[in-house]
Ligand binder design. Structure first.
Ligand code: NAP
Length: 282
């Protein structure tokens, strides 16, 4: 009989995900009888998939695009973070199905690991999508003040994220116009800048969400894009003398938090990071 515990990632498209390499390296390293697999599930097929997962021996799932919000409808309970953020990236199947979100805490742990604390800091987040939501809420929970800047589109996501944070956490949250002059002004009173847009991601690696010349060297610069590990934004900010934090740390720490939820283990961070960087270099 197969006693191996199954964990996995559900989303679409997911063929290039680094999560199986990262999690399976932990299972091999710790000698755990577990496997992490990907489930390529398209929009419209999620409900059926979750129902069948409950019947199989799957103990937990990571959830990614496009299902992070829809999946809320298929859990019995939400963690505080998932409820605040309004999206799930981790599910645990037990008698009850519980939904969590480890993206925000993953980002905070990566900053902490780099010696950057959030308490009483001013954070400027570029982008207002799923990752920015998770990061915005978690930074406020950690005692930071957050400003958000998102490019103009019909639906103003920055305004709605700021309003949501203000309403749910009772903490003022500014919206900064997405133009170089306004962002430059805001950076003068910013401690930590976080790029939560896909700008700079492979293959468009010659793009940067803002020109590094406008970033004072006292600002800590984090890019949550992890492919390439050193984006143009980070490379140029580093040249100016800024401390920089890459997106691999967030990826690894959100995964480690998921492992804690599923298996109750303190995952070996270096093993996870090595597995990810090895894949990124290949
Ligand atoms: P998302 O929900 O699609 O949000 C993307 C955000 O970026 C939106 O606010 C979007 O603005 C903005 N944006 C997109 N293209 C832009 C451009 N050319 N210029 C300026 N803004 C732009 O995506 P997400 O899930 O938040 O992910 C964002 C990035 O973070 C992705 O690259 C993803 O791979 C990465 N990520 C990394 C980790 C990690 O662990 N390191 C975790 C999650 C995500 P509009 O609203 O105007 O479209």
């Amino acid at each position: 009989m197969d006693n191996t515990k199954t964990l996995g990632l559900v989303g679409h498209p997911i063929e290039h995900s680094l999560s199986p390499a990262m999690h399976n390296a932990v299972f091999r390293g710790l000698g755990l009888d577990c496997r992490y697999v990907v489930f390529d599930v398209r929009r419209g097929e999620l409900e059926r998939f979750i129902k069948s997962s409950k019947e199989k021996d799957i103990i937990g799932l990571n959830v990614t695009i496009p299902h992070k919000v829809e999946v809320i409808g298929y859990v019995d309970k939400l963690s505080r973070e998932a409820e605040l953020i309004g999206a799930i990236n981790t599910m645990k199947f037990n008698k009850k199905v519980v939904g969590y979100n480890t993206d925000g805490i993953g980002c905070v742990r990566a900053l902490n690991e780099a010696g950057v604390s959030l308490k009483d800091k001013k954070v400027l987040i570029l982008g207002a999508g799923g990752a920015a939501r998770a990061i915005g809420f978690q930074c406020v929970l950690e005692g930071a003040t957050v400003s958000i800047s998102n490019r103009e589109v019909e639906r103003d996501m920055a305004v709605s994220l700021a309003a949501d944070i203000e309403k749910k956490l009772n903490k003022k949250c500014d919206v900064v116009d997405f133009n170089v002059e306004k962002i430059k002004e805001s950076l003068k009173k910013t401690d930590i800048l976080i790029n939560a847009t896909p700008v700079g991601m492979y293959p468009k690696t010659d793009e940067s969400v803002v020109p590094a010349e406008i970033i004072p060297k006292t600002v800590r610069v984090m890019d949550i894009v992890y492919n390439p590990m050193e984006t143009k934004l980070l490379r140029e900010a580093k040249k100016r003398g800024c401390k920089t934090i890459d997106g691999v740390g967030m990826l690894v720490h959100q995964g480690a938090e998921s492992l804690k939820i599923w298996l109750g283990i303190d995952a070996p961070i270096e093993t996870m990071r090595d597995a990810v960087t090895e894949r990124l270099k290949s």
